[in-house]
Design a protein around this ligand. Sequence first.
Ligand SMILES: [Zn+2]
Length: 197
Amino acid sequence: MAMIPIAELRRLGETQELEFKRSLSLMKEGLTTLCGMVNATAAKGTVVFGIDPSGDVVGLGDENLDSAQRTLAQHGRQKLDPPLALDIRAFLCEGKPILILSAQRSRAIPFHEYGGRAYIREGSSTRQLSVLEKQSLSVLRNRDLHNGPWICDQCGAYAGTISCVEVTSAGPRKTYRHSCGGEWWPATQPISPIEGQ
Ligand SMILES: [Zn+2]
């Protein structure tokens, strides 16, 4: 098993994108938190099982890590919608086994739900999104509903409006391709706890 120093874990991210869970009995809480992290502006998050919220490495004791990894992956597949690819890795930290769970939201997906509810991470806490907030996220993150401004994911160019229409066999449709080879994505997000801090 690969080893990872606790200092490196702490460097993985800010509180916004990293959370420690003491044990695997907190699997539901961990996935709720992860759902909130990927739905925030950063669109990614990491939850570490086997570390106390204070940062003490407690380890997962006698847990069978292989089966724990499978259970976690299966639980995620059943509860996360749309599907979210989970990266689950076992490490030894200060000689104790831990599991690192991380995920990233595709920009094409406005938000993920866990167990039928959408969450958002704000600072170090996680709360449920209201119906209105979900609608707002859909509009601002769904390219077909977005009116600008835009940012190119390759060259970083900004544009107030884009008017790229390509004619396909199914008729004219919007395209988000930039001349540099990149793609235009909504440049602003409505819920952005990180900005302005
Ligand atoms: Zn570009």
